[in-house]
Design a binder for this molecule. Structure first.
Ligand SMILES: Nc1ncnc2c1ncn2[C@@H]1O[C@H](COP(=O)(O)OP(=O)(O)OP(=O)(O)O)[C@@H](O)[C@H]1O
Ligand SMILES: [Mg+2]
Length: 345
């Protein structure tokens, strides 16, 4: 028998990762977009990002301005356009039409990635997902099908990508529950403050409960063949990324302000305590620290380019180099932990 070719051996089967913290503004969107760009542009990975945050910040970041506006409004009219967004994935379910077989995927050249762009109308469907969750837990077909909507998106796209990332809004609501139940892995972006470390406790407790409820619902489903096949293992924790506040220069040296240092030192113990059931004790869950990159962040937003390839001169040359070093190191640690987790039985 012929040996399988390299391509067959490396057949695409996406690892699915969500980036979550129910504390807002901790740099989730910036991290998702820039890590995805690093994996694609420097590691030749095929990455799809699903913008599942009704704020649509990720879509606004990566899409050129004219594409962002035309995605939501028909030309010349103020009417909302027919959705070529995440809304078209959810809407048919709310109309009782089942899953949409065509995913609205578009390519973003500057970031080297594909995206399903977000939609503010997704917020309207938080209620649908919340109501149907009650039914899902009892084994109701409609409830299970709605709850598994993102799982079904993954089944549709999985064979075309190395990674599927989800950017999420800062809440433990129904949309995020459906995502956390659908993906294999999660990353927690964190600010160095006690609020964002509380998020670790919330997520750990919530996920365990939801996984149990969903398993119960699936085992009690009257018509299992009507529900997408679900053989996913429990969610695993890839690690956390800390975002550094601005550095203060003292004696000519840049240092972390002491109060932050205090919290920062306690973080490893807090992570271990709250999330130890989501990763093996041999894994170091701290993926890295992202320095405050000053005006490189807003510049990359206005240019719709990843921070590692912002085409601007002057002080940006220095911060772009820093961004490259940060994301290179982050990608290496990300791969290391993903490999370790994927090798686990
Ligand atoms: N490394 C960085 N250096 C400088 N500014 C940054 C950095 N990372 C993020 N920011 C800025 O911090 C702000 C919040 O970032 P971002 O939108 O990524 O957070 P978020 O967690 O996704 O927020 P939300 O909870 O609203 O979704 C943005 O204005 C962004 O430009
Ligand atoms: Mg965000």
């Amino acid at each position: 028998m012929a040996k399988p070719s390299q391509r067959q051996k490396n057949a695409l089967e996406a690892k699915t990762v969500c980036f979550f913290n129910n504390k807002g503004g901790v740099g989730k969107t910036t991290l998702v977009a820039n890590l995805a760009a690093e994996l694609s542009l420097n590691h030749n990975m095929k990455v799809l990002i699903i913008d599942a945050d009704p704020q649509c910040n990720l879509s606004q970041y990566v899409l050129p301005d004219e594409d962002f506006i035309s995605a939501y409004y028909n030309e010349g009219s103020k009417k909302l356009a027919e959705p070529e967004t995440i809304f078209s994935v959810i809407r048919p379910l709310s109309l009782g039409k089942g899953y949409n077989p065509n995913l609205p995927i578009r390519h973003i050249k500057e970031f080297g990635i594909d995206v399903i762009i977000g939609d503010p109308r997704l917020a309207l469907h938080e209620d649908l997902l919340a109501q149907d969750w009650r039914e899902a837990k009892a084994g109701g077909i409609r409830g299970l099908r709605t709850t598994l909507v993102f799982h079904n998106v993954i089944l549709q796209a999985r064979k075309s990508y190395d990674y599927i990332f989800f950017d999420m809004g800062p809440s433990l609501g129904a949309i995020n529950r459906a995502i956390l139940l659908a993906v294999d892995y999660f990353v927690v972006p964190m600010a160095i403050d006690i609020f964002s470390s509380w998020a670790l406790k919330n997520i750990g407790e919530a996920v365990k409960l939801w996984e149990k409820d969903l398993a119960y619902g699936l085992s009690n489903s009257e018509f299992p063949s009507e529900v997408p096949s679900f053989s996913k293992k429990n969610l695993k924790f890839v690690g956390y990324v800390t975002q550094q506040h601005k550095e203060r220069s003292r004696d000519g040296n840049a240092r972390i302000v002491e109060a932050y240092e205090e919290i920062s030192k306690k973080l490893p113990a807090v992570v271990k305590q709250q999330l130890n059931t989501f990763y093996p004790s041999s894994m170091n869950p701290h993926l890295g620290e992202i320095k405050h990159l000053a005006s490189l962040a807003p510049k990359s937003q206005t240019l719709h380019q990843p921070m590692i390839s912002v085409k601007a001169k002057g002080s940006f040359t220095v911060s772009r180099k820093q961004a490259r070093e940060i994301y290179q190191a982050l990608a290496a640690r990300f791969f290391e932990n993903i490999d370790l987790l994927a090798a686990q039985k």
